[in-house]
Ligand binder design. Structure first.
Ligand SMILES: C[S@@+](CC[C@H](N)C(=O)[O-])C[C@H]1O[C@@H](n2cnc3c(N)ncnc32)[C@H](O)[C@@H]1O
Length: 224
């Protein structure tokens, strides 16, 4: 880990520990974005480009188009890419600073950027999306509220919708790093999203962090 990333990670851990101790485990996201002064190096997950595995997945699913919801959109690159390939995109994040940052980065965007909490979503999102994308969100949410978060994600799908999840996989390799994030087990993932059929589950690693096991998985609404 380079020096800058180690410093950012240390700050993140302090913020998340304090938030957890105060009983507000999701508070630190806003503190991190708000304190970054628009410097993306202060946001350890900011790729500043769409996730390549999402791009690959969408390219292989030409029949999946329509309305997309990007959960925990961060700095907006995944949402912008989906909009560019023709989706009508709503992207949201619990952090109002991240949403302001997205709007500043993409002032002419067709994406609707909204500050919202996955655990208390607007009612009109229910059953309203063809594709829901979750990249590194469930793994960033503490265990105590993760099942609820997954239920909320599932509730956004319409009758022919898909969910795409990308994250860290709990593998056999021991990684000496305190959470967050919490790597997710395949068993836990397979038990999510009642009424959906899993259509793929693939393990992968990134070149820049080959020590971390990752997964991409997708589900679709089960036709009666
Ligand atoms: C690890 S980051 C990933 C961001 C982005 N998806 C990416 O891959 O770059 C987790 C994101 O989820 C957001 N988030 C966490 N809990 C959330 C919630 N309950 N509702 C909405 N967004 C949430 C955070 O603010 C943060 O932007």
């Amino acid at each position: 880990m380079d020096e800058k990333l180690a410093e950012v990670r240390e700050r993140l851990l302090k913020l998340s520990e304090a938030a957890e101790a105060d009983g507000e485990p999701l508070r630190w996201f806003e503190e991190l974005y708000g304190g970054a002064n628009r410097d993306s190096d202060e946001i350890p997950w900011a790729r500043m480009e769409p996730h390549p595995k999402m791009v690959e997945w969408v390219a292989r699913q030409p029949s999946v188009r329509g309305r997309a919801l990007v959960v925990g959109c961060g700095l907006g690159d995944d949402a912008e890419w989906l909009s560019g390939v023709g989706f009508e995109v709503v992207a949201f994040d619990i952090s109002k600073s991240s949403i302001r940052w997205c709007r500043e980065r993409f002032p002419k965007s067709d994406v609707e950027y909204i500050t919202a909490n996955l655990l208390a979503p607007p009612e009109d999102w229910l059953n309203n999306f063809d594709l829901v994308v979750e990249i590194h969100i469930l793994q960033a949410i503490p265990d105590s509220i993760r099942n609820l978060a997954a239920e909320c994600i599932r509730s956004f799908l319409n009758d022919s919708g898909h969910v795409l999840c990308i994250g860290r996989l709990l593998g056999d390799r021991f990684l000496d790093e305190p959470p967050p994030p919490w790597p997710l087990s395949r068993t836990w993932l397979e038990g999510r999203f009642e009424g959906l059929t899993m259509i793929n589950f693939t393990n992968f690693v990134n070149e820049e962090s080959p020590e971390v096991d990752r997964y991409i998985a997708s589900w679709r609404t089960t036709k009666a």
